[in-house]
Design a protein around this ligand. Sequence first.
Ligand SMILES: [Zn+2]
Length: 596
Amino acid sequence: MTCPVRIALVGCGSEKREVPSPARDLYTGPLFKGALREALALAGEERTAILSAEHGLVHLDEVLKPYDLHLASLPRAKREEWGRATAGALVERFGASTAEVHILAGAPYVEALRPHFPASWRVVVPMEGLTQGGRLSWLKRAREARTASAAAVIARADFVAPVSREWLAESRGRQLRYFLPDCDDRVDPDFDFATDTRSAKGAWETEQYAHQLYPSPNFDGLLVSRMEAESPRAKARRLAELGVHRYLRVPPAVPVLGDCGAFGYASEAAPPFSTEDMLAYYTQLGFDMGVSLDHIAAVAASDEDRRARYELTLQNASDFLRGHRAAGHAWQPWGAVQGWSPATYAEAARQVVAMGYHHIALGGLVMAPTEAVLAILQEVHQVVPASVGIHLFGLARAEAARAFVALGVRSVDSSSPLRRAWLHARENYITLDGDAYAAVRVPYANGRAAKSLAGETLAKAQRLEKSCLEGLAACERGPVPAGLLDALEEYEALTLPGRKSMRAENQRTLEAQPWRTCPCALCQRHGIQVLVFRGNDRNRRRGFHNVWAWYRLLGKALRREAAPVVALVGGSQLDLFNLGSVTRAPAYAATTGGVA
Ligand SMILES: [Zn+2]
């Protein structure tokens, strides 16, 4: 059975503006405004229209001149004609198959329209028989009920997911703690994979974080960058109101680290925040640790600019610690360190430690090869006492984990394991033994990837899409169905033209069935769907699985049980990072260079 289309119609009002205006703004009476608000809540922008005595069926944004005509004042035959024409226009716009029409208009409109709707249409007149005063109070109550249910949804979402004592003990004992940067990575917990439908509109209150879907967090803490946290505005407001822990739904025992998100403004002349700003921001939002305001030196436009960024970062670190001490904040201050060579990083680290910091954070290294990072760390290690913890921004490299620890690194962060689920060309799903598989691409035939399809080609694409999805679901129960690889290849050529064929990768994934052997909660629950490259609810779940696997791989590497992690190493890291506005490749001096 197909779901009926819901349409809402609003009757025009007699109070009007005196200048030509879009229909939604032309009528100014409280009854029209209330009815329009209700109609939009019922049917949305696309399926809401206005009934005008003068113009018949009117789009919300159609510009109308003021006029003065009441349907009730027309002779019966004219009303009849109006009803037939307006119902005809509705059928033309929405088709004649099943529909549910909500009419929020007076009796003359309803009486004129009702006889002319197709028999398969259901007509709902919620305010039938009510006086004008009755309709106003009905609209008021409907609005209150809607607001109350929205508040109830938010109230249900506003809680923190518990974490176990075991996880806490293990996490605190880790030699190298892993922070997961938050970029609103959430999914619909009740997404229906069989019918491909969401249970609710995607929003903070209806979605869940990875740590709500796994028995325990797959990280030792979360990282929130201010550049990420400030947009959209609604997010910034909610964060300010709830604080970071409640926003992220983690208890106070899970540490949340804050930074500025310097890659997001790396190409600007100066950071968009001030040190005072940052101190207030970390305090108001309830961070556990906050990093001083930095500006990436390695991507500077000139030697002079590089030097200025370096000095600015040091000056900010000094002001930050002074401000922090003066105010007696309870959260931990971390000093940011920038540089462009082993010697410049080491000199900055030395100065920041001398200021009195117990924790320093090295930034600007995301794009540096592991050997360059190790060379920098070796110099930094010489000047940083063992009591000072070092954090590496954006660098989660399992192959170097033990070397990092030996050089004083106590924590790292990276969203690379998560994002490779949809950003990497072919290594989208990682396994506990360090292997990687391609996800099987079945983009939505009506989605972005295929928006140029039309007519016959679109119909063909839709048939192929259906058979690919059915074939993949069959892989869950048995061997790869005959013809599936062909269908996938054909569909890929239609929807992702110009891409190299993924046939060999698809075959490898479908024959190896890595989802069957993965013990993680998401693979256990959703099986092959985690390996299908299609929309947020599948792709991000695969990202969550990757973080789960990566967190364990890191643990193995630290315990010297390192499996080959080749798939996670090297140049492929580069395209996994959202580098914001960075347009220049950073220059790292290969060897020791003085602070010029
Ligand atoms: Zn898994």
